[in-house]
Design a protein around this ligand. Structure first.
Ligand SMILES: NC(=O)c1ccc[n+]([C@@H]2O[C@H](COP(=O)([O-])OP(=O)(O)OC[C@H]3O[C@@H](n4cnc5c(N)ncnc54)[C@H](O)[C@@H]3O)[C@@H](O)[C@H]2O)c1
Ligand SMILES: N[C@H](C(=O)O)[C@H](O)COP(=O)(O)O
Length: 351
């Protein structure tokens, strides 16, 4: 393929006080991936963090309509967005919340205008954006849902399949994928949010996107229960019997391959997981600790249901590491690789 034909990926550099800017620099210094990755952020910030971590990099600042150049190790093209205030590693500043949101808006615009084929996001800090006055902000997932004008999206994290080779029986090339029925909700509110209409929408998006974007013709999905032991026949909670089972039964009649609701503790064992293409967990900390235990640093976060391809890292802003060059860029590389595969329509697993 001509390098001029490689897909353009808009990489938002995230919270400026976190590790996002230096991860973008590290990515540009590695051997190039099969894409033209353009950082969306402040060029002076990127230059400062490159110097702080001792990376020799050349920034190629582009005008909004400039075509990004072919990938070259040590060169980072940038669509510039100006910081609102100087940023110190590790020190959050509400003044820069508008900057972070502007980088997201710019990447969405680039995707929607066809200037980028996908967006990849470095981590942002939810709390500082909320404190800056965006009280409804919950995370990229919800923000991009609203920015793209869709009603529902699904958060799914996937590991790089090569990781699981250590399990003797694990099928080669089989990634662990965990999607969530609810995302950034207080645990107190989760049970009320697990409704049949929500499960129907989430599973329909998950099934459709696994087919369309991951090249899986008949996705096999395991569904967790909400309560211990999936409710123990109604003795430890009724949501499985009254809500989850009827929703799954109706979807099975439409042809979805769904198993569950299963007790989440034993669902997350290799015997079940290697027979499935994805798991739907009922809430954030039911599913993500397992995924991150299996693949932290070699996994990516994907937003399903958007009219664009968006992937992200599996970690947060790591303020404790910012500006030191100690952060691992592995998840960012996984996220970019996965976005490239999704653009090409067949991401059976990130490489
Ligand atoms: N994609 C995202 O935007 C994203 C993802 C997760 C968390 N967050 C946000 O990040 C903020 C901080 O969250 P947190 O403290 O729970 O999680 P965190 O991932 O920032 O940090 C958890 C631990 O992992 C370490 N760590 C994180 N990334 C690393 C990397 N690349 N290399 C090496 N070590 C790494 C940190 O040093 C820390 O010890 C919160 O506001 C959270 O909401 C954002
Ligand atoms: N739930 C994600 C995780 O734990 O990795 C993270 O908070 C990022 O979510 P967004 O992509 O919605 O910001």
């Amino acid at each position: 393929m001509n390098t001029g034909d490689l897909p353009v990926i808009a990489l938002t550099t995230g919270e400026p006080a976190g590790i996002g800017p230096e991860l973008a620099v590290m990515l540009a210094c590695c051997s190039p991936l099969s894409a033209r990755v353009v950082a969306v952020g402040d060029p002076a910030l990127l230059a400062e963090r490159a110097a702080a971590i001792g990376h020799d990099i050349r920034l190629h600042v582009l005008a909004p309509n400039d075509t990004p150049p072919a990938p070259e190790a040590g060169v980072l093209p940038v669509w510039p967005v100006a910081l609102r205030a100087p940023s110190v590693p590790g020190r959050l500043d509400t003044s820069n919340a508008a900057y972070v949101l502007e980088t997201l808006n710019r990447a969405v615009e680039a995707c929607r205008a066809g200037a980028a084929a996908a967006m990849v996001t470095a981590p942002l800090h939810k709390g500082v954006i909320i404190e800056a006055g965006h009280g409804d902000f919950r995370g990229h997932t919800e923000y991009l849902r609203d920015a793209c004008g869709v009603d529902d999206v699904v958060m799914m994290l996937a590991t790089d399949s090569a990781l699981h080779a250590r399990h003797a029986d694990w099928p080669a090339g089989h990634a662990l994928r965990v999607a969530l029925a609810t995302t950034h909700l207080p645990l107190r509110d989760v049970a009320d949010a697990v409704t049949a209409p929500r499960l129907t929408r989430m599973l329909s998006i998950l099934d459709a996107e696994l087919r369309q974007r991951f090249g899986l013709p008949s996705p096999r999905i395991l569904v967790c229960g909400l309560n211990p032991h999936a409710g123990e026949d109604g003795h430890l909670g009724h949501e499985e019997r009254d809500i989850i089972e009827p929703a799954l039964e109706a979807l099975r009649e439409q042809g979805l391959s769904l198993t569950g609701p299963l007790p989440a503790d034993t669902l997350f064992t290799p015997r079940h997981l290697m027979e499935a293409d994805a798991v739907l967990a009922m809430y954030h900390d039911q599913g993500l600790p397992v995924l991150k235990y299996a693949g932290f640093g070699r996994a990516a976060n994907i937003t399903l249901g958007l009219p664009l391809v968006r992937t992200s890292v599996d970690h947060g802003t790591a303020l404790d590491l910012a500006g030191r060059g100690a952060a691992d860029p592995g998840s960012l590389r996984t996220a970019v690789a996965l976005a490239i595969q999704m653009v090409h329509g067949g991401a059976s697993s990130p490489q």
